[in-house]
Design a protein around this ligand. Sequence first.
Ligand SMILES: [Zn+2]
Length: 414
Amino acid sequence: MQRFVGFVYAAVVMKRNERGEEEIEIGIEPHRGITGRCSQCQKPSPGYDRLEERRWRFVPLWNIATYLRYRPRRVKCSEHGIVVEHMPWSEGTRPVARAMMDVLAYWARHLSWRETARTFRTSWESVYRSVEWMVEYGLANRVLKGVKAIGVDQIHWGRGKKADQFLTVIYQIDDGCRRLLWVGRKRTKATLQKGLKTLGPEVVSQIQFVCSDMWKAFLTVLGAEVKQAMHVLDRFHIVQHINQAVDQVRRAESARLRASGKQQAAELKNMRWKLLRRGSRVLGKARQKIKALLASKADTGRAWMLKETFAHFWTYKSVRWAAAFLDYWCEEAELSGLEPMQKVARMLQNHQPLIMNWFRAKGEVSSGAVEGLNNKIRVVTRRSCGFRTYDAMEIALHHNRGRLPEPEFTHRFR
Ligand SMILES: [Zn+2]
């Protein structure tokens, strides 16, 4: 299953370590008659000397911790001088064999890193380093050509609302390929600029569509640095803003009613999810409740109506009619006298041209892409305490959502 050209297996022994646990040790020797290769250029080179024995953690056999054992040779390369030989199972000074890193990295996508470590009787640190190795390889070898559409978004992670608790992410949202391209700390102009720089001018100049939310730092940078692309404000974010406004109205009204001792207050509190769901999906008792709410002309009822009406906006085929509808809706929101709704209306009006691009880009940018990736990323960031540091989480995000190429193996132990 695992052949290393130029090397042979020697003794395989089972023994107990100092903690009394069983271990399998597989000895490796150089194949007689085959000279070692330079670790830099892999050219066969005359031997120089041999170093101390090293051990590499290998894939466990029958769930017994297994190690490879070898005394590396040093060779005298005509180009690179005296260097350690190339060992196909080893990656630099890492104490885990490549095959084992591949196994750990694979399972780290399905289990938490801690569970992976426990399952394979190794440390959290070796899982981390294995994923890191995989991601480094993937980032160095991925192909970024042909990225036509990107989505830029911000994601909150950890606790608190400090600037450090936000991430800026750049996705590729082309139909055939949706993946995480880049992630960085904070959600500032500098962050996004750094991200675009990492992708490189060649990639950025090929982008035709950009999808983002209304975050000012993003709008500024994208407007300046991805000029050629059509900039679309994402439907998902607009809907989110309107929903938040409805919720603000509900909360304010609920508090007001409670202060005046009305029993409706409690009812409003329980209705949060019903109000935020799309009207047509609300059935039965909940629907009656909403009707009653509307009849009472409560603020929440009016806000809800506005939100419901807005759903119509997305159904337009003509950009001009959609624009007319938006104007009408913003006027209604203005007239409602509800401050959160007025605020949303003003925000929409300020970004009208970019919102209208949603219709122009229809069919080119899949509208659910950013939202979908966003949700998937959250699954990873929610485990963030398990990653301990930002760097570990960044690696985990690339590992889980980057669709990165993987190193090749003659045999895969997973
Ligand atoms: Zn060399």
